[in-house]
Design a binder for this molecule. Structure first.
Ligand code: G3P
Ligand code: CA
Length: 243
């Protein structure tokens, strides 16, 4: 069966990367969630997508320039403020504390291509091990050097390279960097690449799969998983294509 991972929680319907969105993913019965992590000024691992605070919190400046205490005064659901939503930026610690009591898988994306965030890999791995969630967590990133480092630090935790453009035999590349899956953009994930990868034992989880026609294609193919902003819709579509 193709697993459904709720992108940034359930970003299509709820404020992204907030507990509200992650709880929604659990409510609708997604098998997993996806989130993005960065470091605060005082070195805490926080769950937020953009390096800049503007889009999701409505204030200017970078995540890296504020302490956790400062970050936690902001409304991570500011674009939903009209609907009365008030949400904090989660810490990875807090999120794992909640996740521990669910059965959800979790993709942690290291957002370290713009700022390198030295120490991020070790901090994320320390938290995963502290909650003994090595079996349920996948570390992904567009920074493949960082993934190699994670694999060196924690070979027991799955890693998966993210990529946007077409790649030649990505399953060979993934294995070469210690990965056990690929996370291609849906635009770079034709059937042939997905099938060859899975045949070779490398899992495939394309992102961000929001269109029904793409969902149908991947469910029909038995793709390992999809990452979608609309997990509830994906569950309905999948019901007709279960393998
Ligand atoms: O994990 C897939 C996807 O989240 C990567 O793109 O920009 O939404 O983090 P982005
Ligand atoms: Ca992401």
């Amino acid at each position: 069966m193709t697993l459904i991972f709720a992108h940034r929680g359930s970003a299509g319907t709820h404020p992204e990367n907030t507990m509200m969105a992650f709880r929604e993913a659990a409510r609708v019965g997604a098998e997993g969630i996806e989130m993005d992590v960065q470091l605060s000024k005082d070195g805490e691992v926080v769950v937020i997508h953009d390096e800049k605070l503007d889009r999701t919190t409505g204030v200017s400046g970078f995540v890296k320039d504020r302490t956790l205490k400062e970050l936690q005064t902001l409304n991570a659901a500011s674009s939903y403020a009209g609907k009365g939503c008030e949400e904090r930026i989660p810490t990875l610690d807090g999120l794992l504390k909640w996740l521990y009591h669910t059965h959800l898988f979790c993709i942690i994306e290291l957002k370290n291509t713009f700022f390198m965030y030295p120490g991020l890999e070790a901090k994320v791995i320390r938290l995963i091990r502290a909650y003994e969630m090595e079996e349920r967590i996948i570390i992904s990133s567009f920074n493949h050097y960082s993934l190699v480092f994670c694999h060196q630090l924690a070979p027991e935790i799955e890693t998966a390279p993210l990529y946007r453009e077409f790649m030649y035999m990505p399953w060979v590349y993934a294995r070469a960097i210690g990965g056990s899956a690929i996370h291609p953009s849906i635009r770079s994930a034709p059937d042939s690449i997905i099938q060859s990868s899975m045949d070779d034992g490398i899992l495939v989880r394309p992102y961000t799969v929001n269109k029904e026609e793409d969902m149908k294609r991947l469910f029909k193919l038995g793709c390992s998983a999809i990452i979608t902003d609309f997990p509830e819709k994906a569950k309905i579509v999948r019901a007709n294509y279960e393998k």
